[in-house]
Design a protein around this ligand. Sequence first.
Ligand SMILES: Cc1ncc(COP(=O)(O)O)c(C=O)c1O
Length: 447
Amino acid sequence: MFADPEALYRQTTAASRALHEKAVAVMPGGTTRTTTYFDPYPLYIERGEGCRVWDADGTERIDMLGNYTAMILGHAHPKVVEAIRKQAARGTGFAAANPIEVQLATLLCERVPSLDAVRFCNSGTEATMFAMRLARAFTGRPKIARMEGGYHGTHDYAEVSTHPAVAEAGSPDAPIARPDSMGTPDWALEQTVVLPFNNPDAAEAIIRREAGELAAVILEPIIGAGGVIPATVEFLERLRNVTRELAVLLIFDEVISFRVAPGGAQQLYGVTPDLTTLGKIIGGGLPVAAFGGRADVMELLDPRREPNIAQGGTYNGNPLGMAAGYATMTELTPDVYEDLNRKGARVCEQLTEVFASHGVAVQVNGAGSMLALHFTSAPVVDYRTMAAANKKRTRELFLGLVNHGVLMAPRAMGALSTPMAEPDIQEFIDAVDTVVAEQRPRWESES
Ligand SMILES: Cc1ncc(COP(=O)(O)O)c(C=O)c1O
């Protein structure tokens, strides 16, 4: 008999199971966030501190995901808690501008040279939605080009070709726009141009063909949730050159990749977009996101001009989120990024060694302090190479790690946080080693 990670999970998570049984009566699938659901039922986490979380059964785990990369300082960082506490006591929301939004906006514009101005919103979804609208308004063109396998949230324009069935997605050089969700409107498919990631020739040819109707090209310079796949410098430079030539806006979605350097991935690559979207770390764990960029584009949001793009939002610039975000971002000095990235590179090396020692084919995709594991022997450089990986093994690894004290994303993506010290990292590596040793006989029998 092979070790069955699901059976052990069921045995050790009775409180989560009980909560789930209650939850399914009031929420579809017993959860309010698809990305936190996994089979047979999700973990219910009660608290976190540093790089550790405790589930409803009181079981402690290393948090290798940090709310999908958002918790870069770990949980309940004293300075962030203090900033939130202080602001909560002073009031949590006003129908007025507030001083902290000016501080956080200034910090972001100072750190990211391409940001002449920013606007806050509450989620990465809103940030990409507004950036796309801004691009359409600025250029007067309707279409948005995006990468197959990229992720930009859950609005209608975003729910296209993030995870298409490869058999229905056309040729790798000319992907077809496919809906990611039931209910994605036909117009979103018609107005979306899908580009192959890391394929400069094919992407450029499509952009040139569509240029007359194209408002923007949006991409993650490092695909995050879709498998931690960095763009090549050549790819980004090619996109920059062709979009500049054709007056199409280039939008970098740095909701995740902003954690790789003080100025985000655009700083690492030395490629400057017209617009940038941010989220996750800039809210210090609270729902904050932003979009920003060139002054002449952002100007369209200025209520002093007519016409302008109205950007309502009860919680835009919410003082609680601004306080948590500002406290977090001020902790993130250049040294902190360097240290995290060094640890990230080391973890990837160690993981590669572990899998090699077991003779299990895997791709360890790393970028800065993020990583993802793909069970395939071919390098994962785009959606199609990622989609070819063995997903069953990913699930068994994920559940096995949950059983051995580690929380990653069900798709085996992870992110480091600053409280992680060498012993924490070693604990993670040891857990991977144990799970691979347990699962290898099953994997060998199935291959
Ligand atoms: C690159 C990217 N863009 C946008 C989003 C959407 O952000 P949110 O979940 O805050 O709506 C995400 C979320 O993971 C993301 O990774």
